[in-house]
Design a protein around this ligand. Structure first.
Ligand code: GDP
Length: 478
């Protein structure tokens, strides 16, 4: 019962109340104390176990090397607001040869494919049709890797801006190679070489400067150099990535977008990552399931099968899966339903647990958490770049010996946003706000996911707290 657990924890030197959350390490200690073996299981592990109980492995290519076939790269467009992400996605879509063949108007389904020629070969590229990094980080936070390459759009008349830096941080944190599209070169005052110079500071050194990043000067408005950009994407993919998948297995992938359509019921755009998806397949997407009744491509045309990297709209789910959920094809409807129902039950339990235990990691937990990780990750948001820099500098000067390391994984100017929290979930970090507030949605997400946000208006207080945390001296508060 709770009282005896509190007592046992007391004997272990942990002062807790009955409703307080404790770290994984403390749980394991408690288990030992009570003669139980405690196994800490991540949601991903849990899901893997669930699928394994049905003899399914998600996320891996079944079969041998020889079963793997090349697949097109999947690309996300990122960059600062107004630098031309939406326009670029439109221009690429309109320049699409396949569209003319299909004769249809391209519809927004969340992703599309274009074909281009490289060294005499016809090649495909898949674009995620949602600009910005919100979708990108939301998916990553849920463990879905949806992107092979990031196109970083920087307006040549504006230069590197806060969200440019944010986008770079997100892509680098996910180890996704970047191709830089220097946009708006049609405008007066455009200075593409200044962009190249600025970006060297962030580790993006242009090939012509001896680096490894491809830069392409474009005008999304006038359609200038779009083919060159597509080529650069393919060349980067070929040089940096081994993009292959087994088309001969039950399809698996990720849901990109989903909604309830009045006439057609739940409609989900899925990106096939391995295997081939066919009409008639029994399918699970997150905690939704169903049978593929129809598949439509970005031209609104029926598709009978979709191979790796192909996005298609699927009609036939009995409920709406979440964006970023994984999907997989199973042998029969019954299995699809059982997996979905077990996930629903698990989600309900997790929701209850989340409500009970609010904090995933707090400064108070760090004493024990640090013993294992020995690294404290921070995101710093501040009211201007000067204070952010000053705070970061000061924090990095904290010296508590070699055992613990402080890492600032992201910094930026402005309010704490959902994207920051998503990054924090993915990397298990604490968010510091200096003279800034958190947006309502960000606070909600942080509460739901147990991400700790701390607000400061005096630098030395922040330093004091972090120093204490690093020394593991912070005592639990009651
Ligand atoms: P986003 O916020 O990054 O998606 O930016 P948008 O695609 O909405 O573009 C912002 C503004 O810049 C719009 O008015 C576009 O028409 C304009 N724009 C985008 N690309 C270009 C370009 O290459 N040249 C010029 N002159 N304007 C552009």
């Amino acid at each position: 019962n709770p009282a005896s657990l509190v007592q046992a924890l007391f004997h272990l030197g942990e002062m807790v109340t009955a409703t307080q959350s404790v770290s994984d390490e403390v749980l394991e200690l408690l288990g030992q104390e009570m003669n139980y073996q405690v196994q800490v299981v991540s949601p991903e592990d849990e899901d893997r176990e669930l699928l394994e109980s049905f003899d399914i492995s998600y996320g891996e290519n079944d079969g041998d090397e020889s079963d793997l076939a090349p697949r097109p790269p999947v690309v996300t467009v990122m960059g600062h607001v107004d630098h031309g992400k939406t326009r670029l996605l439109d221009t690429i879509r309109k320049a699409n040869v396949r569209e003319h063949e299909a004769g249809g108007i391209t519809q927004h389904i969340g992703a599309y494919q274009v074909s281009t020629e490289l060294e005499g070969n016809e090649r495909l590229i898949t674009f995620i049709d949602t600009p910005g990094h919100e979708a990108f980080t939301a998916m990553r936070a849920r463990g879905a890797k949806s992107t092979d390459i990031a196109v970083l759009v920087v307006a040549a008349d504006d230069g590197v801006m806060p969200q440019t830096v944010e986008a770079i941080n997100h892509a680098q944190a996910a180890s996704v190679p970047i191709v830089v599209a220097v946009n708006k070169i049609d405008k007066e005052g455009a200075n593409p070489s200044k962009i190249r110079q600025q970006l060297t500071e962030y580790g993006l050194v242009a090939e012509e400067y001896g680096g490894e990043t491809m830069f392409v000067d474009i005008s999304a408005k006038q359609g200038t150099n779009i083919e060159n950009l597509l080529e650069a994407i393919l060349l980067t993919a070929d040089a940096a990535l081994d993009l292959r998948a087994n088309p001969e297995m039950p399809a698996q992938g990720v849901a990109i977008e989903a909604h309830l359509d009045r006439g057609r019921g739940p409609v989900a755009t899925v990106l096939v990552q391995r295997g081939t998806l066919r009409v008639g397949d029994s399918i699970v997407g997150g905690d939704a399931y169903g049978r593929v009744r129809r598949m439509l491509d970005e031209h609104g045309q029926d598709v009978a099968e979709a191979t790796p990297s192909r996005p298609v709209q699927v009609i036939g789910f009995t409920s709406v899966p979440g964006a970023g959920d994984n999907f997989l094809v199973v042998e029969e409807d019954r299995v699809a339903r059982q997996i979905a129902e077990r996930r629903q039950a698990r989600e309900r339990a997790a929701e209850n647990a989340r409500r009970a235990a609010r904090k995933r990691i707090s400064l108070e937990d760090l004493d024990s958490a640090l013993k294992e990780t020995s690294q404290l990750n921070l995101i710093i948001k501040g009211d201007n770049s000067g204070t952010v820099e000053a705070l970061e500098d000061a924090l990095m000067k904290i010296d508590v010996g070699d055992e613990v390391e402080l890492r600032v994984i992201h910094r930026g100017v402005g309010a704490i946003k959902e994207g920051d929290i998503n990054l924090a979930i993915a990397d298990n970090v604490i968010v510091l706000g200096f003279n800034v507030r958190a947006e309502g949605k960000a606070t909600e997400l942080a509460n739901r996911e147990g991400v700790e946000i701390r607000f400061y208006s005096v630098i030395y207080q922040a330093i004091e707290d972090i120093e204490k945390a690093l020394k593991g001296m912070l005592k639990p508060e009651y």
